[in-house]
Design a protein around this ligand. Structure first.
Ligand code: ZN
Length: 82
């Protein structure tokens, strides 16, 4: 149980495009506090990706956008919902 390489930043990988990552500092398990709690809730997977079975769009959006720099947020990256 020895941590090998602790990432400085959260290793959550947004599903918005594959290159967008959370910029928050790591809290536990390599995730920031927000995404670590999501991990505990089973909303994201240990590999840092969002759980495909999470069908709450608002929650997915919150997870995807948390910690992502504003300039990286492209509205057209997700299908319009209205
Ligand atoms: Zn995060």
């Amino acid at each position: 149980m020895e941590p090998q390489e602790q990432p400085v930043h959260c290793r959550f990988i947004s599903s918005l495009g594959g290159t967008r990552r959370c910029a928050d500092p790591a809290y536990r398990e390599g995730f920031c506090r927000f995404h670590f709690e999501a991990l505990v809730r089973g909303e994201i997977l240990p590999n840092g990706q969002i759980d495909e079975h999470l069908d709450d769009q608002h929650r997915r959006r919150a997870l995807n956008y948390h910690g992502v720099p504003a300039e990286a947020q492209v509205p057209s990256a997700e299908p319009p919902q209205r």
